[in-house]
Design a protein around this ligand. Structure first.
Ligand code: TRP
Length: 360
C-alpha cells in the first residue's frame, strides 16, 4: 500500500475530504454525479428520513445530477425470501417520491439494478481486479454474515461489494453519500476504479475514484433507545404510519424515571434520542429543547414530539397517499429511471469493451 493510500484509509482523512467535498458541491454542482442506493427491504422510517433521504433531496436541490439505485439483486444475498421484492421496490419508490426526490422536474433517476444489464456486465471484469482475500476481509460483509444467521454463505454475499462498485461506476458516479458502514465498499470501489485504469486505461482515466460524502447526522436510535432504528427490530416509526399509530408508538417509547428533561446521550440515551428527533424537526439544538421542557418531564417531551412529528410528516404522508392511488406513475418513474441508467451504462460498457480489446 502506498503512503497516499494509507492516508486515504484513515477515518479522519475521510471525514476531512468529505467536508471539503461538501463545500465544493455547493459551488460546483455540475462537476459531480451522485450515486446512492438502498436495498428494497420494505418501507422507510424516520431514521432514513433524517439520516439520508433529506440529504439526497438537498443534493438534488443543489443541482447535482443523481442516480438512485435500488439494489434488488443484493437482497438475494442475505435472505431466503424473494416473494416481496417487487412490492418492496414499489414501496421504496413511493417513499422516495413522497419525501421529495423528483425524477420529473429534477435530474434524478431511480432504478432497480436488475433492469440494467450493462451495469451488471461490468461485474465480470471487476471481479478479476480484486482478490479473494480482499473480499474475505470486508468488515461490513462479515457483520452481515453474522447478522443474517445463514449457515451456508452464498458467493453472492462475498461478491456484492464488487456489484456495488458496478452500481457506482457504471455512471461514473463521483460522490457517494453513505454512512460509516458503507465505507469498506466505497474503498473497494476506489480500488477497482484505480486498478481498472492502471490495467486497461493506457494512461487514460476511464473511471473516477468516487468519494464518500459522510452523513453528518448522528445515528438515530429506535424507540427502545438502545439500538439503531430499524423495521426488523420493531422500534421504528414508518413514514407511512398514520398519525394515530405515530402517537401510540411515541407513547410507548422508552424513557427513564428522572422527571427533569435534559440532553445527555451517555447517561440518558432514550431521552436524548427523542430530543434529537425533535431537534431535526424544530431545527434547533437538542440541548435547548431539553431546557425548554425541563420539569415538563417525559410526558411533555412525548406530546411535543408527537405533535411536531405528525405535523412535519403530514405533507409527506399526503403525497404518499396520493401517489399510492396512482401506482402507474410509480411504474413510469422506474421505467424512465431504467432508461436513463441504461443509456449511460451502454456508453460506459462500450468504452470498457474498447479499452479491454473486446470490440468486434
Ligand atoms: N449496500 C447498500 C446497503 O446495504 C445498498 C447499495 C447497493 C448501495 N448499491 C449501492 C449504496 C451503491 C450506495 C451506493 O444499504
Amino acid at each position: 500500500m502506498s503512503k497516499q493510500e494509507a492516508d486515504y484509509g484513515t477515518f479522519e482523512a475521510t471525514v476531512a475530504r468529505s467536508q471539503k467535498l461538501e463545500a465544493d458541491l455547493a459551488v460546483n454542482p455540475e462537476k459531480y454525479r451522485v450515486l446512492t442506493g438502498d436495498r428494497p427491504t420494505g418501507r422507510l422510517h424516520i431514521g432514513h428520513l433524517f439520516g439520508s433521504l433529506q440529504n439526497r433531496v438537498r443534493l438534488q436541490q443543489l443541482g447535482v445530477p443523481s442516480f438512485i439505485v435500488i439494489a434488488d439483486y443484493q437482497v438475494l444475498t442475505d435472505r431466503d425470501t424473494f416473494e416481496n421484492i417487487s412490492e418492496n421496490v414499489r414501496q421504496l419508490t413511493l417513499d422516495y417520491l413522497a419525501v421529495g426526490l423528483d425524477p420529473i422536474n429534477e435530474n434524478t433517476a431511480i432504478f432497480p439494478h436488475s433492469h440494467v444489464p450493462e451495469l451488471n456486465q461490468l461485474v465480470l471484469p471487476f471481479l478479476t481486479l480484486v482478490t479473494n482475500a480482499e473480499l474475505d476481509r470486508n468488515p461490513t460483509v462479515k457483520e452481515e454474515i453474522a447478522a443474517s444467521g445463514l449457515k451456508r454463505i452464498n458467493a453472492g454475499m462475498y461478491n456484492y461489494p464488487v456489484h456495488q462498485a458496478a452500481d457506482i461506476l457504471f455512471c461514473k458516479g463521483n460522490v457517494v453519500p453513505v454512512g460509516k458502514d458503507q465505507l469498506p465498499h466505497l474503498e473497494l470501489t476506489r480500488t477497482i476504479a484505480r486498478r481498472f485504469n492502471d490495467r486497461f486505461g493506457n494512461k487514460e482515466m476511464i473511471f473516477p475514484e468516487p468519494q464518500a460524502l459522510l452523513s453528518t447526522s448522528p445515528v438515530i436510535l429506535g424507540l427502545d433507545g438502545s439500538q439503531k432504528m430499524s423495521k426488523s427490530r420493531n422500534n421504528a416509526i414508518m413514514l407511512s404510519a398514520t398519525e394515530d399509530e405515530t402517537a401510540k408508538l411515541i407513547k410507548r417509547a422508552k424513557t427513564d424515571s428522572e422527571r427533569n428533561i435534559f440532553f445527555d446521550e451517555a447517561s440518558r440515551p432514550e431521552v436524548a434520542n427523542l430530543l434529537l428527533l425533535l431537534s431535526f424537526i424544530e431545527e434547533t439544538s437538542p440541548e435547548k429543547i431539553g431546557e425548554e421542557i425541563g420539569d415538563g418531564g417525559s410526558g411533555k417531551l412525548k406530546s411535543r414530539l408527537t405533535e411536531g412529528l405528525n405535523e412535519y410528516l403530514r405533507p409527506i404522508r399526503e403525497r404518499r397517499t396520493d401517489l399510492e392511488s396512482n401506482m402507474d406513475h410509480v411504474t413510469d418513474v422506474l421505467k424512465s429511471g431504467v432508461d436513463s441508467a441504461r443509456s449511460v451504462a451502454q456508453d460506459t460498457l462500450d468504452e470498457v469493451r474498447k479499452v479491454m480489446n473486446m470490440e468486434l
